[in-house]
Ligand binder design. Sequence first.
Ligand code: MRU
Length: 366
Amino acid sequence: MRVQGVPMRPIRVTQDGSAVEIIDQTRLPHDFALVRLETLEEAALAIRAMLVRGAPLIGATAAYGVWLALRREASDVALAKACDVLAATRPTAINLRWALEDMKSVLTPLPEAARAAAAFERAGHIAEEDVAMNHAIGRHGLGMIEKLARPGRPVNILTHCNAGWLATVDWGTATSPIYQAHDAGIPVHVWVDETRPRNQGASLTAWEMVNHGVPHTVIADNAGGHLMQRGDVDMVIVGTDRTTANGDVCNKIGTYLKALAARDNSVPFYVALPSPTIDWSLPDGAAIPIEERDGREVTHIWGQSEEGSVLPVRITPQGSAVANPAFDVTPARLVTGLITERGIAEASTEGLLALFPERRLKAAGE
Ligand code: MRU
């Protein structure tokens, strides 16, 4: 995608090939800053402190983190340590574990001297695969949007959090159908949930939409149900951090409430996901580890003052207890369909296996 007309990705290798460059997402939308990652520790911190976030981007950053570590030392011990450090950064998005397992399986059989170069190549492969999968998701989702298009009014799509290009290597997952519809000349309008407590919708998705020129309106999280009752939402598309083998969808906190409101109002509720976001090892969403984040994200809110400085302000009284679960699980029964790179699956074990039949053979031990 482009930022002020310039092609941009939230992660890429620097031109001289000496480091990885990321967009510091904690500074958006007020400040656009690129940050160089040169070590394993810097990559791990970028994920933990959410300079990069979003399931697919976390996976790609971890893959490059392995490369950065192996440049320094490529022994079995160093490889295992790098994977452990990166795996401990964030617990919920399965793409992190998927990327690290992929890197390990490619690198372990190689002689030490060949590992750093192979890690660089494999991380690049993971990144490019993500772009291709997200583009394909967009093509499949575009068909759904086309079907909802009516003369004289835009297709109104509600999305939660940021499952946009900033959360991936490019295109985004939930946003890929939106961008492709917009680029194809189908009038779309996006309801952007602010997504408390970190406001990824208000700060990141809205920033993306402004940059790409997509008509959108930022709403308080609590407005979604009301808009659906009024007939102002034609479909919901969200991303996911982990979808289990039965189609249960774990995503940013608040997604479940949107799915309930969508069901009550007969609004189709779609989830866009590349296949590395599927956790085939879990039968349902109950066992997904839900990240509990710092209560300061709830007690404080970041914003820009009239004078232009970006700062946090406290919004709760001193002494109030706070809880900050970062994700929730939407049961498969509330999901209209899973938009994957291979097409749209019913949110069920059979639905997913129909698109990914190789998993049926794996489960049967063949
Ligand atoms: O805590 P975050 O900002 O990493 O959460 C991101 C989300 O919940 C996204 O919806 C999800 O990762 C899908 S990104 C394509």
